[in-house]
Ligand binder design. Structure first.
Ligand code: PEP
Length: 252
């Protein structure tokens, strides 16, 4: 399975710096991804410009959220067809920052995933436990419930991607042990295979949470880790390119 390295820029990047970052990643990547799929998810305002800046390269562009409806009276929201129209082919959904800041439920995330699939976007659905949930021994149960509620039928057949992102590891510099990452990814794989059969065995499961150049290699070598969703480190071209290089080593 080709690993996917996705950069989530979050609410960072004005025009000049965003374009400089996208161009630096493009330049550093060269002609091909060499076995690695690369995705940049800038803020809505930069999607069209970043898509133009990476056109003709192996880099894809994604949004960080979308509304479940295709259009209508939803001030300030952006729909999946709008993302597609701007040049995105992917969308991150159910990120823990959206779940926390905007009260997004599993049911809402599922509706957004359905909207993304209907618009022809590939969704990356984020799940992950809080530290209190992990300490209470409930991490796997929490993630399994999120997956059951957030993934619609047809998700695996449409090649949707799951990102396991422990909330306590996002932006904190802390990561689970490789053994804990492996255990959670194995649990997610089992659930996907049970629910979606053969297609579930092929769903990529990314790890996300404080991935950096310095820790990417061992994390990406953990069984069932099919790539990384990278926040902070995706804002520096050198760091992001080093994570992509680590993914190449993992598949070599
Ligand atoms: C993220 O936002 O999805 C993320 C994993 O952030 P960071 O890499 O900064 O922890």
């Amino acid at each position: 399975m080709r690993p996917l390295i996705a950069g989530n820029w979050k609410m960072n990047g004005l025009g000049a710096e965003g374009l400089a970052l996208a161009s630096a990643v493009r330049k550093g990547l060269g002609e091909g991804g060499q076995g690695v799929e690369v995705l940049l998810c800038p803020p809505f305002t930069l999607i069209e410009r970043v898509a133009r800046a990476v056109a003709g390269s192996p880099i894809a562009v994604g949004g960080q959220d979308c509304h479940p409806k295709a259009s209508g009276a939803h001030t300030g929201d952006v729909s999946a067809p709008m993302l597609k129209d701007a040049g995105a082919t992917w969308v991150i959904l159910g990120h823990s920052e959206r779940r926390a800041d905007h009260g997004e439920t599993d049911a809402l995330v599922r509706a957004k995933v359905e909207a993304a699939l209907a618009a022809g976007l590939t969704p990356i659905v984020c799940v992950g436990e809080t530290l209190a949930e992990r300490d209470a021994g409930r991490a796997e149960a929490v993630v399994e419930a999120q997956l059951a509620g957030s993934l619609p039928e047809g998700f695996a057949a449409a090649k949707g991607v799951v990102a396991y992102e422990p909330v306590w590891a996002i932006g904190t510099g802390r990561t689970p042990s490789d053994a804990d990452i492996g255990a959670m990814h194995a649990a997610i794989r089992a659930l996907l295979a049970t629910r979606f059969g053969e297609a579930g065995k092929a769903v990529r499961i990314l790890y996300g949470g404080s991935v950096k150049a310095a820790n990417a290699k061992p994390i990406l070598a953990v069984p069932e880790v099919g790539g990384a969703l990278v926040g902070g480190a995706s804002l520096q071209a050198e760091e992001f390119l080093a994570i992509i290089a680590a993914a190449r080593v993992a598949v070599a």
